[in-house]
Design a protein around this ligand. Structure first.
Ligand SMILES: Cc1cc2nc3c(=O)[nH]c(=O)nc-3n(C[C@H](O)[C@H](O)[C@H](O)COP(=O)(O)OP(=O)(O)OC[C@H]3O[C@@H](n4cnc5c(N)ncnc54)[C@H](O)[C@@H]3O)c2cc1C
Length: 312
């Protein structure tokens, strides 16, 4: 079975979620091609070529792919779709925007947020905010699905050296154009694949307090920073920090929830974390039902104390 993975990158390096998609594809068979589109992306193509399991990297290096505009990417994927039995992307904002367009253009069904692949037609995906897992069967001629990155180990580099093949760009859309993007640059690990996540809730009060309190702790733990939706809605944390049902799903080794109530929609995004630590001054807070370790305390005192007690 030949599978096409859609690579996601920031024009400089490959997102870890694409590595997870490669691992997922390995369950389907050996012939795994990765499509990478962008401008001046030779380095990324080389990174992908070294990943175990990749047969070929197809590179569309063109200015029209300089921004990850789904309207331009979808026709490019469709132009080679007939060569594949499956097309896979990660369930990131990019993948969720792109893959349904590809499925619609090809007039096939798609399956979202796959967490396990049983065979080439049968997948497991969470439903009801992660409370149940549905096993679904897809008999479409081309299987299109997004995978949940946390459910698959990222593919690693090995002796592999896949062929790198250029791919002709398809016509650019005239209906949509990229206006601008405001991206927070961060040295921290990617939220969806971080081994440690420190998350804050609305109770942190302001954007300044949020950063002041959580950044030093996250830095010491080499952690990504997350937030609740209430914190994002209140302007305390940026959108891309949101963890939960409508945010990013995480499954780190350690999740530290600071002043987080533990609403169902937040839990939906963290419940696969290996260890959950919660700090909340309300002993009845729902988060304690999910926490492996709980500290009933005021966060403004305890977070700094915790950070100071950690070695560098
Ligand atoms: C359709 C839908 C989708 C949603 N998707 C998401 C999602 O993806 N992610 C998400 O997070 N939410 C989501 N929500 C919102 C969710 O229901 C909750 O409203 C939200 O998670 C609450 O955020 P919070 O815990 O920061 O705030 P609050 O509910 O206000 O809780 C604050 C907590 O902080 C504690 N606290 C206050 N002061 C202190 C202090 N000084 N020290 C220690 N503890 C303190 C309080 O005891 C309380 O438990 C969604 C809701 C809906 C309806």
């Amino acid at each position: 079975m030949s599978t096409l993975i859609i690579a996601e990158h920031d024009q400089q390096s490959l997102r870890a979620s694409t590595r997870s998609a490669i691992t997922a594809a390995a369950v389907l068979g050996d012939a795994i091609d990765v499509l990478v589109a962008g401008e001046n992306i030779g380095v990324i193509a080389e990174q992908i070529a070294r990943l175990n399991g990749v047969r070929r990297v197809r590179v569309a290096d063109d200015a029209r792919y300089a921004n990850l505009l789904a309207e331009n990417f979808a026709p490019l994927i469709v132009s080679i779709a007939s060569e594949y039995q499956a097309i896979i992307g990660a369930a990131t904002s990019f993948g969720k925007n792109l893959l349904p367009r590809v499925a619609a253009l090809l007039d096939v069904d798609m399956v979202s947020e796959v967490t396990a692949i049983i065979d080439s037609n049968t997948y497991v995906r969470p439903i009801y905010a992660g409370h149940l897992n549905a096993t679904v069967r897809n008999d479409a001629a081309i299987k299109i699905f997004t995978i949940r990155a946390t459910a698959f180990e990222p593919a690693i580099e090995g002796e592999n050296l896949a062929a790198i093949a250029p791919l002709a760009a398809t016509e650019a859309t005239t209906l949509a154009r990229w206006v601008s993007s405001a991206i927070q640059k961060s040295e921290r690990p990617e939220l969806s694949t971080a081994r440690v996540v420190v998350s804050g809730g609305r109770s942190l009060g302001s954007a300044e307090k949020f950063q002041q309190l959580l950044s030093p702790l996250a830095t010491k733990l080499n952690a990504a920073i997350g937030a609740t939706r209430a914190a994002v809605d209140a302007g305390i944390a940026p959108n891309e920090y949101q963890v939960g049902q409508t945010g990013t799903v995480v499954a780190p080794d350690l999740y530290i929830a600071v002043g987080v109530s533990g609403a169902t929609q937040h839990i939906a995004g963290i419940k696969d974390s290996r260890v959950i630590v919660a700090i909340n001054h309300d002993p009845d807070a729902q988060i304690f039902q999910w926490a492996d370790y709980g500290l009933v305390a005021d966060l403004f005192d305890s977070v700094t104390e915790l950070e100071k007690s950690l070695l560098h």
